[in-house]
Design a protein around this ligand. Structure first.
Ligand code: PLP
Length: 404
């Protein structure tokens, strides 16, 4: 099992499959899952991979083979999970702002559902009464996460039912005898501070007596992974220790045996992914030396979307003298991957690799500017697998209807 992909390997993959190219190391995903398992051994914890971060069916099957569960953000993701072989009881659908029909479909699939509005909770109660256990997503009014765009638990966020509306939740539960099996809070992404998770646990602590049929307490995803050199991620061992202590207290106090659920996305797949691009053009102006690669925010939107940082390596000239560059994409908009970034001297034709590109990279890709989505390759136990072909011209027209 190899946890890193060497520059030689990346160069060979670029030569074989062309660029831009996403490469995923399945062994690294395995390792991340095992780290979680190890840290939480002895804790009644279940992990659901937040597959919004990466849905290629081969990745999903690999994650299933590890014994991990899956968290979905749309009914189509849930259907992909079924297709990948997940048992319905291991699939969770954490919905937000969806039509009630999607919840009905989810119930039809027999999967776990978290509801995030009073309106859908009421429809759910009317239709299913006590017949189908369900979770509720709460808005805890906690500001957490890497930046505002990836913070989802603060008081201006659209997610979840605000805690201030607890009375309304309880009225609906009583009126329709709804079987509340779980409480869910996802405060955001890239949460380094373990205390944030424990703040949510404290909230759950107070709510537990109000929901006598509770089975699980879902603390969501959001574990931070290091994107920059010298950065550290969430201290998973410390988190496990604190969660274990809280669970023991909770179980003792209420004479119950609660499960704690987590929905890691980035933690499982971010570091497994590398995105290889080729330098098309180098040009200078008064502000910068621009390195124009054969990609753009249509393939990796995180830097433009929420100022995300991806470490970039020039694997074609790893010993070259360091210079500062603006690394830009070829989309006809402002399209900056990195500004004033120290890199080994870059020449046209060099391969630039974006690290930590496994989560929310390909997944947020588009055909903007009528460009092709890249191919995806998975490395697993020494084998190379092409898991998605690069688009071809016909793909751009696939669903268009030519009315002439
Ligand atoms: N769960 C929910 C409900 C989410 O919205 C997200 C991502 O935004 C996640 C889990 C996964 O977050 P992360 O990839 O930061 O672990």
């Amino acid at each position: 099992m190899s946890l890193t992909i060497s520059n030689n390997q990346l160069t060979a993959l670029a030569a074989n499959f062309g660029t831009p190219l996403y490469v995923y190391n399945a062994d690294k995903i395995t390792d991340q899952y095992q780290l979680l398992q190890h840290a939480f051994k002895g804790v009644n914890a279940k992990f659901f991979f937040a597959c919004k971060s990466l849905t290629n069916i081969n990745i999903l099957k690999h994650i299933r083979s590890l014994g991990c569960n899956i968290d979905c953000s749309s009914i189509n993701e849930a259907k992909l999970a079924v297709l990948a072989g997940f048992n319905p009881s291991n699939i969770l659908y954490t919905s937000n702002g969806i039509a009630f029909e999607e919840i009905e479909e989810a119930v039809g699939l027999g999967i776990n559902v978290n509801i995030d509005s009073l309106s859908n909770l009421e429809k759910f109660g009317k239709k299913y009464g006590h017949g189908y256990p369900v979770g509720i997503r709460l808005l805890p009014n906690i500001m957490a996460g890497g930046n505002l765009k990836i913070s989802t638990g603060h008081d201006k966020s659209k997610f979840g039912i605000p805690l201030e509306q607890l009375d309304s939740i309880l009225n609906l539960v009583k009126q329709y005898q709804i079987n509340i099996a779980g409480l869910h809070v996802h405060t955001g992404s890239e949460i380094k501070d373990v205390a944030v998770f424990m703040q949510v646990a404290d909230i759950f602590f107070e709510l537990v007596p109000l929901f006598p049929e509770l089975v699980f307490l879902d603390l969501g995803g959001g574990f931070k992974v290091p994107y920059k050199e010298n950065e550290t991620g969430t201290d998973i061992a410390l988190l496990a220790e604190k969660v274990q202590a809280a669970l023991i207290r909770l179980n003792e106090q209420y004479g119950r045996n609660f499960q704690v659920w987590f929905e890691p996305g980035k933690y499982l797949v971010s570091e497994s992914g590398s995105f290889i691009t080729t330098v098309n053009v180098i040009k200078k102006n008064k502000a910068a030396i621009f390195v124009g690669v054969n990609s753009g925010f249509n393939h990796l939107i995180r830097p433009m979307f929420y100022d995300a940082y991806h470490k970039i390596d020039n694997i074609s000239n790893p010993e070259g003298p360091i210079q500062h560059y603006a690394v830009v994409g070829n989309i006809c908009e402002t399209d900056t991957f990195a500004w004033d970034r120290p890199l080994n001297e870059v020449r046209e034709g060099d391969l630039l690799v974006f690290n930590n590109a496994g989560a929310y990279g390909f997944e947020m890709g588009s055909n903007y500017n009528s460009r092709f989505l890249p191919a995806q390759v998975m490395l697993k136990e020494g084998q190379v697998h092409l898991i998605r072909k690069r688009d071809v011209f016909e793909d751009l027209l696939r669903n268009q209807i030519n009315i002439d």
